[in-house]
Write a protein that binds this ligand. Structure first.
Ligand code: ATP
Ligand code: MG
Length: 146
């Protein structure tokens, strides 16, 4: 089933010049880029996005991390994309993430784990609407591929 999912390249991905490397991995997996932008996350947006972590002792550090520099919001479309993207990202803690996954290859620790992706189709719907206006998401075919 084709579906869309939201990916965030967190501030460390942008600061380490890994935007192309990470977006390229999804493109090579044949996921279609349907939304892409550089943006700053406001404190209010972090509160909304990570509201389920608000009571955790590490929430203040997540907030300062996510607002420390721009992020890239990326929307991709493809067969079972929620599951495919989650597995390409790897375990939340880069120490546990397998080699070959984005966190396994490119991230160092759980405080700077480089990437976010939606964890279900329902969450993806909410998160896509949180980060993209409808006119920032594109429907298109790929006729040039023949
Ligand atoms: P994400 O939602 O960012 O894709 P995830 O779904 O793998 O990651 P969640 O449980 O949703 O993991 O946690 C959201 C984010 O909160 C993590 O990506 C990480 O940045 C941070 N986080 C989670 N657990 C911890 C922890 N124990 N210590 C520090 N930060 C944590
Ligand atoms: Mg999560």
């Amino acid at each position: 089933m084709s579906q869309r999912t939201l990916i965030l390249l967190k501030p460390d991905a942008v600061q380490k010049s890994l935007i192309g490397e990470i977006v390229g991995r999804f493109e090579k997996k044949w996921l279609k880029v349907v939304g892409l932008k550089l943006m700053n996350m406001s404190g209010a947006l972090v509160d909304e996005h990570y509201d389920f972590l608000m009571d955790k002792p590490f929430f203040p550090s997540i907030k300062s991390y996510m607002t420390s520099s721009p992020i890239v919001a990326l929307a991709v479309e493809g067969h079972e994309s929620v599951k495919v993207v989650r597995s390409m990202c790897g375990a939340t803690n880069p120490v546990d993430a397998l080699p070959g996954t984005i966190r396994g290859d490119l991230a160092k620790n759980i405080d700077n784990n480089i990437i976010h992706s939606s964890d279900s189709e329902e969450t993806a719907g909410k998160e896509l609407a949180r980060f993209f206006k409808s006119e920032e998401l594109f429907d298109y075919g790929r006729p040039l591929l023949g």
